[in-house]
Design a protein around this ligand. Structure first.
Ligand code: SF4
Length: 745
């Protein structure tokens, strides 16, 4: 039973999160660095280039990397402060084994033997699939590949999935269905060439700050910028048009835009005829979505819908970008397909200044979904249920296709399988499901049911507290590898410093475990590049073809866009040129979408819509960023955003504490009254745990195709809370809110 053996307060006192404000050597004693290491930011999918300053094998600061073309030296607050995580006092430095009195330190052989013993015991007693793996989309391509192979060949379990399941999978599913390939369609250098931009469900300024520069360059070149969001996000404040959609109504709005484009003749008949299939069914599907009906469903005025359609439909070039705002829904895949339908029908794809992309949120959100750590996927985006794909991968791995397990549970489904007793043991690497999965109390109960739980991570996450064994892995700057940016550009992560103490590189830990279950020859790697060479060979001829990418070529070209099928090839920055797509007939496929309401809508008992998201200073579940002092000071705790009209009905003002109750749980937060949100909707950022966790409220309803949870819409009720906050909570929130007022005066 993975219940805690210490109180949360004791665990926090010992392992954090503590705030860290000072680089090694202090602010004045750092001295001249020994070297500058060109690498990338460890946080979001933009993967900005950065140079880390290293002295005495410690990261002491950073310098801009102005030659790297994507961000040209620019960084957001997270990138600027990332160097404070390296020598953090919370860093896990030795394996830990849980005892009835808390964790004790162990050496590596003892810890690894114990993990192997429990995996063996569980698999022997309950079957191979009773042991599962959870992995991360911030891991390098090499690690993603290795962990997938570890699951399928060493443990022979079908149950492996990753936290990208909470991020880009709806877009990935839609891309595969429509285009036959899952990658952003064009380099970001195309964005400033667009004369119209639709940004839907993408909080550019806070989630992908460097992308703001591209949007503004497009605007400076004369582009109309249309933002679709229930909140007036920072980028929306400079947009030409905001469509304040009611959460969960995105496919209806896209259908409405396409309806107008068809009715006004703003579609590209020649492109549709030559390069696509299935338009007639979509034309019929959007016929009922008149501007008036669409306005009724979405809450967006009919005139604004017509205006947006006109700007998009008549622009010579146009690009549609989205992120989790339309993907985190039970209709997430359908929302993305409805966007693609608009792009295809107007022929705005495959040429400079045109295109369609999801912007990946996690550091390796793109590469993390290509190399075989998903429950239904083999390396190179090959499918586990495709006999030919299984044959190819098995042959390249030197095993028979029959030996490869089948499709397993998605991360979101694994918690249910644990509750049912089907999954008894779990190994999780760089995934903090207790904060990031919906319905957090249900996740906690699942973790407590496990017979055995092992975590590989560099800090003690909230989830790791439940582990029986914790293996201290590597930070981004402590290992080599590659990641694939939101553009589809494969870039190098360089080791700047060695892992501290007894911590080890993640790939070494996984290989050591793998060799306890599988022949050495299946995991023969002496270095990370060995894994990459094998990844390239296995990917050859697949959709995500990395065969022609080498570390040297990445260095020479500032990254290589896949597909890159042979050593002479320089990569493919823009997909779909000449209207050629990746289905067998070379055409794109339309998919008709009928709007479906959210899984949980507002009603008399729970009359307000809750939507969740990010703030600029925090990253995902906060395991890293809630430990970096200046980032926490920038936004110390989650605030409940609500419109003045809603605040008035509750009798609350900025700074008052409000109880937020859903059918899953309740939390109490200070509120921030803002005019930048729909009056029927409230917003909470999700980066915090326990009594501040937005995911204690969210619903476990899943998109049936992508299995992504509906983080962006559920029903809540609000009550003004008694002012019973502890001294710390009150002082933090009050200081923050006063600070906002001062700076805005
Ligand atoms: S968090 Fe994203 S936008 Fe910010 S510096 Fe890092 S990679 Fe760039």
């Amino acid at each position: 039973m993975a219940t805690l053996s210490q109180t949360t307060a004791q665990l926090i006192a010992q392992y954090g999160p503590h705030l860290h404000d000072t680089p090694p050597g202090g602010w004045h004693g750092r001295g001249t660095p020994d070297r500058l290491v060109k690498t990338h930011c460890c946080f979001c999918g933009v993967q900005c280039g950065i140079q880390l300053k290293v002295k005495d094998d410690k990261v002491i600061g950073f310098e801009p990397w102005e030659d790297f073309p994507l961000n040209r030296g620019m960084l957001c607050p997270k990138g600027v402060k990332r160097y404070l995580q390296g020598s953090h006092p919370d860093r896990l430095l030795t394996p830990l084994i849980r005892t009835p009195d808390g964790f004790r330190q162990a050496d590596w052989p003892e810890a690894l033997d114990l993990v192997a013993e429990h995996i063996g015991r569980i698999q022997e007693q309950y079957g191979r699939d009773a042991f599962a793996l959870l992995s991360g989309a911030s891991l390098t391509n090499e690690k993603a590949y290795l962990i997938g192979k570890f699951a399928r060949l060493a443990l022979r379990t079908k149950n492996i999935d990753y936290n990208g399941r909470l991020c880009m999978v709806s877009a990935g599913a839609a891309n595969r269905l429509a285009f036959g390939i899952d990658r952003g369609g064009q380099p970001w250098s195309d964005i400033p060439l667009a004369k119209c931009l639709i940004l839907t469900g993408i909080n550019v300024g806070e989630c992908f700050p460097i992308l703001t520069d591209y949007v503004w360059r497009a605007r400076d070149n004369g582009a109309r910028v249309i933002v679709i969001d229930p909140r007036l996000t920072p980028v929306a404040r400079t947009a030409d048009l905001l469509l304040p959609v009611r959460p969960g109504r995105d496919s209806a709005l896209m259908n409405g835009l396409l309806h107008v484009c068809i009715a006004r003749g703003w579609i590209d008949q020649a492109f549709i005829a030559q390069h696509t299939n299935g338009f007639e069914a979509v034309q019929a599907a959007v016929a009922p979505y008149t501007p008036e009906r669409t306005a009724d469903i979405t809450g967006v005025p009919a005139a604004a819908i017509v205006q947006a359609a006109e700007w998009w439909g008549t622009a010579p070039t146009a690009m549609l970008l989205h992120a989790r705002g339309i993907e985190h829904h039970t209709q997430g895949t359908e929302n993305c397909l409805a966007c693609i339908n608009l792009v295809l029908a107007t022929g705005k794809i495959g040429q400079p200044g045109c295109g369609y992309s999801t912007i990946t949120g996690q550091g390796n959100g793109q590469g993390g979904r290509e190399h075989g750590q998903r429950c239904n996927q083999l390396p190179s985006g090959r499918d586990l249920d495709n006999p030919e794909h299984r044959r190819i991968v098995a042959e390249r791995w030197g095993v028979s296709a029959d030996e490869l397990p089948g499709v397993g549970y998605a991360a979101t489904e694994m918690m249910e399988a644990i509750h049912r007793g089907e999954i008894r043991g779990l190994l999780s690497i760089c995934f903090n499901p207790l904060v990031s999965l919906p319905d957090a109390d249900y996740t906690r109960a699942a973790l407590e049911k496990l017979d055995f739980f092992c975590v590989i991570d560099f800090f003690m996450s909230e989830t790791a507290r439940h582990a029986n064994v914790i293996l201290p892995g590597s930070l981004h700057e402590e290992d080599e590898g590659t990641v694939t940016t939101a553009e589809g550009r494969v870039v190098r992560i360089r080791q700047a410093v060695p892992p501290p103490g007894k911590a080890r590189a993640d790939w070494e830990i996984v290989c050591d475990l793998a060799r306890r279950f599988a022949p050495w020859k299946q995991f023969p790697y002496a270095c990370v590049e060995d894994i990459f060479r094998e990844l390239r060979r296995v990917s050859r001829g697949g959709v995500c073809d990395y065969y022609g990418i080498t570390y040297e070529k990445i260095d020479k070209q500032y990254g290589v866009f896949w597909p890159c099928p042979d050593p002479e090839h320089t990569g493919t920055p823009r997909l779909f040129t000449g209207g050629t797509f990746y289905h067998a007939d070379g055409k794109a496929k339309f998919h008709p979408v009928a709007y479906r309401p959210p899984a949980e809508d507002v009603d008399a008992e729970y009359p307000v819509c809750l939507t969740t998201g990010r703030v600029v200073s925090q990253y995902l579940s906060g395991t890293q960023t809630r430990r970096i002092g200046p980032l926490v000071q920038q936004y110390p705790e989650p605030l409940l955003e609500m419109h003045p009209e809603l605040a008035m009905t509750l009798g609350v003002r900025t700074g008052d504490r409000v109880r937020v109750v859903s059918r899953r749980g309740e939390i109490t937060l200070p509120c921030q009254v803002v005019r930048t949100i729909r009056p029927d909707t409230v917003f909470i950022p999700y980066h915090w745990p326990e009594e501040r966790s937005a995911n204690r409220l969210t619903i476990r309803a899943l998109d049936p195709i992508s299995k992504i949870p509906a983080f962006k819409v559920c029903a809540v009720r609000l009550e003004k809370a008694a002012d019973d906050a502890d001294e710390h909570g009150l002082s933090v929130s009050s200081a923050f809110i006063r600070g906002v007022k001062r700076s805005s005066i």
